[in-house]
Design a protein around this ligand. Structure first.
Ligand code: ATP
Length: 296
């Protein structure tokens, strides 16, 4: 069957080290734990959408190495179409995440295979046949622009998470039907600190703007007006990593299945409220059954 959702984005292995404090230059400190897990905003959103019942294909790249094999197996196990997951000479992308006792995380990303910048004919076909193309900013910008333009030319709805944020992104935002920044990203891109004002401003360039604001839920703007506010579900967060990616993935899964925007947003908020109660990124995302149980 033809996947309705195509996610073009990054796949990383997250390497998480916990240690009491940061090392000074030249110093060695002993860490207390080390964990690896699948990550990268593209992979995360693909997993969220697939678990929510969306038909998903992933356009991405991993290295010809052990981490790449591990990521490929993870993506396949989620039932995601990996025809367009390429293996490249560059190493698998990693995010080295250091968590210190003061609660501050420092993250180093090595893009590696995610730097691949060309779109093959089979990938263009996959996009043209989709209902939704979903991209984030962890792949080269010219590739993103090419993919979004191609989707637009074929009547495919485009979804952009402008993260990690950098301003200005005028061309990319103008190619987005649905723009899903978090509060900080919205403020940066619009150049105004007030979140609702930022949403309104961005909705003059992108058709529908959904700004997520953590425990304060989300706000939706269209054509220069706030059209709805989505409350967050009550949750006791233990690790919010992946909340935003869950929200976007589940939102798109709903839209691709023909759900009205309000219904898709409610499912997205319910799903994200589950993700924050579990450790990890993709590993913490709920299944369709769990989302339905939360909504019931
Ligand atoms: P992250 O970078 O941690 O993945 P983000 O900054 O991209 O997240 P947020 O705006 O923090 O995105 O969260 C996305 C959505 O997740 C929110 O709109 C909300 O529905 C849900 N959410 C986040 N934090 C909480 C929370 N503490 N309780 C309940 N729901 C939450």
């Amino acid at each position: 069957t033809t996947p309705r959702i195509v996610v073009l984005g990054s796949a990383n292995v997250d390497l998480v080290v916990r240690q009491p404090r940061r090392a000074e230059p030249g110093e060695t400190v002993f860490g207390t734990s080390f964990q690896t897990g699948p990550g990268g905003k593209g992979l995360n959103q693909a997993v969220a959408a697939a678990r929510a019942g969306g038909g998903v294909a992933f356009i991405g790249a991993v290295g010809d190495d052990a981490l790449g094999a591990q990521l490929r197996a993870t993506i396949e196990a989620e039932g995601i179409d990996t025809r367009a997951l390429r293996t490249t000479a560059a190493p698998t992308g990693i995010a080295q995440i250091t968590v210190t006792d003061d609660g501050e995380n420092s993250i180093t990303v090595v893009a590696g295979a995610n730097g691949l910048a060309d779109l093959r004919d089979d990938e263009r076909t996959l996009i043209a046949e989709a209902s939704h193309l979903v991209v984030q900013l962890e792949r080269p910008e010219p590739l993103l622009i090419e993919a979004l333009r191609h989707a637009r030319a074929h009547g495919v709805t485009t979804v952009l998470t402008p993260a990690p944020a950098r301003a200005p992104l005028t061309e990319l935002i103008g190619l987005a039907d649905v723009l899903v920044p978090n509060a900080g990203e919205a403020a940066l891109l619009a150049g105004v600190p007030d979140v609702e004002a930022a949403a309104v401003s961005l909705s003059r360039a992108a058709h529908t703007v959904v700004v997520t604001r953590g425990a304060d839920g989300a706000v939706v703007a269209q054509e220069g007006e706030i059209v709805s506010r989505v409350p967050a579900r009550r949750a006791t967060p233990i690790d919010t990593t992946g909340a935003g990616d869950t929200f976007t993935g589940v939102l798109v899964a709903g839209l691709s299945q023909g759900a009205p925007l309000g219904e898709a947003l409610a499912a997205a908020a319910a799903a994200a409220s589950i993700t924050v109660t579990r450790p990890g990124a993709a590993d913490s995302m709920p299944t369709r059954a769990e989302i339905d149980a939360a909504l019931a």
